[in-house]
Design a protein around this ligand. Structure first.
Ligand code: PEP
Ligand code: MN
Length: 337
C-alpha cells in the first residue's frame, strides 16, 4: 500500500503515520519527491484493512498495490480455473450452456424442458425451487418439492442442476440436491450466506448484485473462497441504471474486465439482463465474443403460462436457433460448443 501525504506534511506527521503503520506489523519506507512525500507500506496489507487512513493527520490518499481479493485475483494465479459441473468442466475451451425455466413449476414441464435443451446442446439445467421475488405476494417456488423434481430430472437426463439458495438455513437442504448452488443478485452481499456456502465443496454460481461494482462481486467471491470453496463461477446478469428499455443494463465490459482480474470462470445471463426474449440471442453472442465461459438462459415450454419471468424465457425453437446462431461466435472466440 502507498500512502500519499498532503503537500507540506510535517516531519511530526510523517513520524506519526509511520508509527501507526509499524505498530500493526508492516514496515514503512519514505520516498521524498519534489512535491510530495509518499509512505510505502511493506508487509501483509491485511493488517491495515481496518485503519481509517484518511483520518491520520497528513494523509491525503491511499493506493493499494495488491488486489483486495487475494484468492480470486489473477495476481499470483495466472492460469484460468476450471470448475467441474457434473461430468463436464466450465472455464476450459468448451462453453457451458445452462438452460431451463426461471422456476421449477412441476415435473412434466421440467422434464420436457430438460430433454429439449439437452438435445440442443445444453450442458446443465437451471430451475429455481426457492425464488426471491420483489413482491411478497408473488409465487416463491415449490421449495423442497422443486428440489426433488430437479433431482428426478437429473437422474433421467444426466444433466447437472443449478438452483438458488436464498438463506443460510436452506444451505444443507439445497446442497443435498443441487450440483451447483446459485446465489442470486439480491443476496450477493449476504455475507453469512456466502460464508456458509464457502464451507461446501460444491460449485457456487454467484450472480452480480444489481448495484454491485465488479470489485464488490470479486470481494463477494472472496468470502466464499476464504472458507475453502474455490469452485466459484461469476455471473454478469445486468445492473440497474437509468435505462429502462431493458430490465437491467447488460454490462458487457464487465466480462473482459472480470477475465483480466480473476482466474474464475465467468458466465453471462442474457435473460435477466434483457428482461425480454427478443434480445437474448444478441446479448448471448456478444457475451461469448467478449470472452464469457458460458451462458445461463431461461427456457420455458410455454412462457405465456410461466409463473415467473415468462417475458424473457425462450420457447424451445428459439433456444434451438440461439444454439445454432452461437456456433460461429464460439468458433471466432476460439471456443467449442
Ligand atoms: C434467477 O436466476 O431466476 C434470478 C432470480 O436471477 P437474479 O438473482 O439474477 O435476479
Ligand atoms: Mn428468473
Amino acid at each position: 500500500m502507498i500512502i500519499i501525504t498532503r503537500p507540506g506534511v510535517t516531519d511530526e506527521e510523517l513520524d506519526h503515520i509511520r508509527e501507526r503503520i509499524e505498530a500493526l506489523g508492516p514496515r514503512t519506507h519514505l520516498i521524498r519527491g519534489e512535491h510530495r512525500t509518499v509512505v510505502l507500506c511493506i508487509g501483509d496489507q491485511q493488517d491495515l484493512v481496518n485503519v481509517p487512513m484518511l483520518s491520520i493527520p497528513g494523509v491525503e490518499a491511499v493506493r493499494p498495490v495488491m488486489k483486495p481479493y487475494k484468492l480470486a485475483s489473477r495476481q499470483g494465479h495466472e492460469e484460468s480455473s476450471e470448475v467441474q459441473i457434473g461430468d463436464s468442466t466450465i472455464g476450459g475451451n468448451a462453453l457451458s450452456i445452462i438452460a431451463g425455466p426461471c422456476s421449477v413449476e412441476g415435473l412434466s414441464m421440467l422434464q420436457e424442458t430438460a430433454r429439449h435443451v439437452k438435445a440442443a446442446g445444453a450442458t446443465a439445467l437451471r430451475g429455481g425451487a426457492f425464488k426471491p421475488r420483489s413482491s411478497p405476494y408473488a409465487f416463491d417456488g415449490l421449495g423442497e418439492e422443486g428440489l426433488k423434481i430437479l433431482s428426478d430430472v437429473r437422474a433421467e437426463t444426466g444433466l447437472p442442476v443449478v438452483t438458488e439458495v436464498m438463506d443460510t438455513r436452506q444451505v444443507d437442504l439445497v446442497a443435498e440436491y443441487a450440483d451447483v448452488l446459485q446465489i442470486g443478485a439480491r443476496n450477493m452481499q449476504n455475507f453469512s450466506l456466502l460464508t456458509e456456502v464457502g464451507r461446501l465443496h460444491r460449485p457456487i454460481l454467484l450472480k452480480r448484485g444489481m448495484s454491485a461494482k465488479v470489485t464488490d462481486l470479486l470481494l463477494a467471491a472472496e468470502y466464499i473462497m476464504k472458507q475453502g470453496n474455490m469452485n466459484v463461477l461469476l455471473c454478469e446478469r445486468g445492473i440497474r441504471t437509468f435505462e429502462d428499455s431493458t430490465r437491467n443494463t447488460f454490462d458487457l465490459a464487465a466480462i473482459p474486465v472480470l477475465k483480466k482480474e480473476t482466474h474464475l470462470p465467468v458466465v453471462a445471463d442474457p435473460s435477466h439482463a434483457a428482461g425480454r426474449r427478443d434480445l437474448v440471442p444478441a446479448l448471448s453472442y456478444a457475451a461469448i465474443a467478449a470472452g464469457a465461459d458460458g451462458l445461463i438462459v431461461e427456457v420455458h415450454p410455454n412462457p405465456e403460462m410461466a409463473v415467473s419471468d415468462g417475458d424473457q424465457s425462450l420457447v424451445f425453437d428459439e433456444f434451438d436457433s440461439l444454439m445454432a446462431g452461437l456456433a460461429p461466435f464460439a468458433e471466432a472466440a476460439g471456443r467449442t460448443l
